[in-house]
Design a protein around this ligand. Structure first.
Ligand SMILES: Cc1cc2nc3c(=O)[nH]c(=O)nc-3n(C[C@H](O)[C@H](O)[C@H](O)COP(=O)(O)OP(=O)(O)OC[C@H]3O[C@@H](n4cnc5c(N)ncnc54)[C@H](O)[C@@H]3O)c2cc1C
Length: 440
């Protein structure tokens, strides 16, 4: 087996695949290494038993029109559909249609300023909006913690405002799904690389010895920990998730203390995703107990601030019997590293609390479920990164190349406002590949 390459890419998620895609045009010998037995990283579409359709355990939505993602969708002739937005809100024991969901939240979020002062969302909320009622404030906290997988008392509002501006530029108010989940995009990228890139799966990098223009990686099989022959290259693109850099899970020799320090200024946010397939879409019934026994308009998203699993969504406009439960930030911490039955139980309690149907009735309708606890996954250690207060330019520091030899990509290195997304990860892979090409 050949073990000498021009470029070694560590991590075959969206960033690593995008880097490989850009580099194959340069006629370089490339190896793409991943500890998992699959490509895609935090993109993971599965055909789970008891489900009528493929389900995304990680990334699911295309947020707006980011050019990196849409260029791939077009090139791969992938089918997409726009998501209908019908929000229901559970407050004071009542479930109601909340078509003003975004309007209410935007009134608060729109007051954050990227120029400062530097403060947490909790501190900002204390003074920003005296006119906002308690419910709207609770909704805003739940949104910040859920969507950003962050703690409101840690996340920086200057960083949030900066990211909000980037989101507006790609029209993040519209959301899309790819038919069949994100897998078709990943598979298309893999097929386009076939023959041009040596892909090594089940290969965990433990150590990366490097000097300018020369690298040797010490690897072992991820399944059994057995040593693998070292892989050599002149340059590397490192797309490791944030916790791997924070905890130095890959040992750089000599050490890259500035990378570790930058990584430790950022935080990895937790998410637990719970997908349940029911025998019947009970939320479409004529009488919803918590809606005063009436039928509500079609449901896309259901929000609660009190439930253990506070956010749920359907697959609308596609009608299915599947609900996806989502807990981010502190609510995800409370559900993480638990037995699947316990998480399911919390999810069913939450659905009973929100809708008013009895817990036993909802439970009797369960046909299949699947839980994705990304904190328990050793190769991601969480869902996606966020910027706490006083992190300065940590994302930029994390992204900076070292000695024209080591280049860095991955969602946490996106410093233009799209971290924590597939689009952001793709963009960093292309950026790192171009930095590498410019160094040749
Ligand atoms: C639950 C969840 C929901 C999300 N929802 C959305 C969404 O709807 N829309 C959206 O745009 N984004 C979403 N995201 C974010 C998106 O999935 C990520 O931002 C993106 O996939 C990250 O890609 P990446 O290449 O940076 O990292 P990864 O995909 O994590 O790739 C890094 C790779 O490095 C590998 N690796 C780790 N350690 C080693 C080692 N020692 N040796 C070798 N390989 C190693 C890992 O196995 C992994 O494959 C979601 C994420 C999660 C977790």
């Amino acid at each position: 087996m050949r073990n000498e390459f021009d470029v070694m890419i560590i991590g075959a998620g969206a960033a690593g695949l995008a880097a490989a895609r850009r580099l194959v045009r340069e006629n370089l010998r490339i190896v793409l290494i991943d500890a998992r037995d699959r490509i895609g990283g935090r993109i993971h579409t599965v055909h789970a038993p008891g489900f009528p359709m493929p389900i995304d355990l990680g990334a699911e939505f295309v947020h707006g029109k980011p050019p990196q993602t849409w260029q791939l969708i077009r090139a791969g002739h992938l089918l997409t559909y726009e998501i209908a937005e019908h929000h229901w809100h559970f407050v004071d024991g009542r479930l109601q249609a909340a078509d003003d969901f975004w309007e209410r939240i935007d009134k608060i979020l729109g007051k954050m300023d990227e120029k400062g002062p530097e403060q947490t969302f909790t501190a900002f909320l204390k003074t920003c909006c005296p006119e906002a009622d308690g419910t709207t404030r609770d909704m805003a906290i739940a949104f910040i913690e859920g969507f950003n997988a962050a703690r409101a008392d840690r996340i920086s509002t200057t960083a949030l405002a900066f990211e909000q501006k980037a989101a507006d530029e790609i029209d993040e108010t519209s959301q899309y799904r790819i038919v069949g989940g994100y897998a078709p995009m990943i598979e298309w990228m893999e097929n386009a690389l076939s023959g041009a890139v040596d892909v090594r799966l089940n290969t965990r990098v433990r150590e990366l010895k490097w000097k300018k223009g020369e690298l040797v990686s010490v690897c072992e099989t991820a399944s059994g920990g057995g040593a693998l022959p070292p892989i050599r290259a002149s340059r590397a693109i490192v797309t490791l998730p944030l916790p791997a850099l924070q905890k130095e899970q890959v040992k750089f020799l000599p050490a890259l203390s500035e990378k570790r320090d930058a990584a430790r200024k950022l935080e990895m946010g937790p998410i637990v995703k719970l997908l349940i397939n029911f025998r019947e879409a009970f939320w479409e019934r004529e009488k919803i107990p918590n809606a005063k026994g009436q039928k509500l308009p079609p449901l896309t998203f259901m929000h609660s601030t009190s439930a253990a699993v506070p956010t749920w969504w359907t697959q609308l406009p596609i009608k299915t019997t599947v609900l996806t439960g989502w807990a981010g930030g502190p609510k995800a911490d409370a559900l993480s590293h638990r037995k699947p039955e316990e998480v399911l139980s919390k999810g069913l309690d939450s659905l009973a609390e929100i809708t008013g149907f009895s817990r036993s009735e909802i439970e009797s309708l369960v046909q299949g479920y699947h839980i994705a606890d990304w904190q328990a996954d050793p190769y991601s250690g969480g869902a996606y990164s966020y910027v706490p207060i006083n992190a300065g330019d940590a994302r930029k520091a994390l992204a900076a190349p070292v000695e024209d030899t080591l280049f860095f990509a991955g969602e946490a290195t996106h410093f233009e406002g799209q971290s924590g997304t597939v689009a952001g990860a793709l963009a960093t892979g292309t950026r790192a590949a171009e930095e590498l090409i410019n160094s040749l």
